[in-house]
Design a protein around this ligand. Structure first.
Ligand SMILES: [Zn+2]
Length: 353
């Protein structure tokens, strides 16, 4: 079974004309409900999130950080930095978004094949002690620490395909040998947050557990598939996580206004199938994506391939089709092959790619 975790209360983080605004999630949910009407498939339940408690937040963020966000919002909000805007209800909404990741994780522990937290504000740029890049609390990290402490889950695999490096998630787990964070993103020399290079591999006991795939601008779906096909499965098999997370960002799409990548719609069902090959179950957490049409179309495509009850045959058809489409084509950029080689060499002490 696949489930969605969503609340209309996410609209209370009111950001006006900011690119990260309410229309993102309403577009996703409208398209989702629209396509349900046209399909004869089993219903995908949409469940409400429980807000994260202060205790949940404090496992990741110092009390001072939580208090700064709370009091800033209580005083009316505004810009916390040059691009991160808070409204009076942002504190409460950010707690709900972190709780959404916890709720989705619990559903997977309860036996759902996939559960997808469609929430805002996003989380992957939020470090332990700073809000940045439209993020206030690190939703996924809050969920992971909750699972660790309350449920005793030990090892976590995260794959983040948002076009921006999830610097917050990476930093929070940088020394942690039990969280493998893999991120594919636009070359940080050309985009926020300016970090996420191959040589940032984790530190101390966490060395080898932070794997960055910084793609040159305008890389296409075939470049993504070339490199992910060679990395994700071996890394996941070697690492052996108890729970798998997919950090979902639609801003790698060629039509996104905030980035310069060349990914088309085909990537999103492909990655859904690939992750299902890797993991029996997974938690999905929404991050970025700022073209509403792309959000509408590509979310539906991703959700459809995750819907196991209906799509086993569709999945294998799609898998054959995609592997044919991309393995036969000779248009993988030489820079992608060089990058893969670099990652292969850098990670040779940890993984065999
Ligand atoms: Zn992003």
């Amino acid at each position: 079974m696949i489930s969605i975790v969503y609340s209309d209360d996410y609209k209370n983080h009111s950001t006006g004309n900011h690119p990260e605004n309410n229309t993102r999630i309403t577009s996703i949910m409208d398209a989702f409900y629209e396509q349900i009407k046209t399909r004869t498939t089993p219903e995908i339940p949409v469940l409400k999130p429980e807000p994260a408690s202060k205790k949940d937040l404090f496992r990741v963020h110092p009390e001072e950080h939580v208090e700064i966000i709370r009091s800033f919002c209580r005083e009316g909000g505004g810009y916390l930095d040059f691009d991160t805007f808070a409204s009076p209800e942002t504190y409460r909404t950010a707690k709900l978004a972190a709780g959404g990741a916890i709720t989705a994780s619990k559903l997977v522990l309860d036996g759902h094949d996939c559960s997808y937290s469609i929430a805002r504000p996003p989380g992957h740029h939020a470090t332990k002690d700073s809000a940045m890049g439209f993020c206030f609390f690190n939703n996924m990290a809050v969920a992971i620490e909750h699972l660790r402490e309350v449920y005793g889950v030990e090892k976590f695999f995260i794959f983040d395909f948002d076009v921006h490096y999830g610097n917050g998630t990476a930093e929070i787990f940088y020394n942690d040998p039990d969280v493998l964070y893999i991120s594919i993103h636009q070359d940080p020399r050309t985009i926020f947050p300016g970090r996420g290079f191959v040589e940032e591999i984790g530190a101390g006991e966490g060395e080898g557990c932070n794997l960055n795939i910084p793609m040159p601008p305008r890389s296409g779906t075939c470049d993504y598939i070339y490199i992910l096909d060679r990395i994700l499965e071996p890394a996941a098999a070697e690492f052996g996580a108890d729970l798998h997370f997919l950090d979902v960002g639609f801003d790698c799409h060629l039509e996104d206004p905030l980035s310069n990548m060349g990914i088309d719609d085909a990537f999103f069902p492909w990655i859904g199938v690939k992750m299902r090959d890797i993991a029996d179950s997974m938690v999905l957490v929404l991050e970025g994506g700022y073209n509403l049409e792309v959000l509408r179309r590509c979310n539906v495509k991703l959700i459809n391939v995750l819907n196991t009850e209906v799509s086993t045959e569709e999945l294998s058809d799609m898998k054959d089709m995609k592997s044919y489409l991309y393995k036969e084509r000779e248009d993988v950029d030489p820079k992608t092959k060089t990058l893969f080689k670099d990652i292969q060499d850098t990670f040779s002490p940890f993984f065999e790619f």
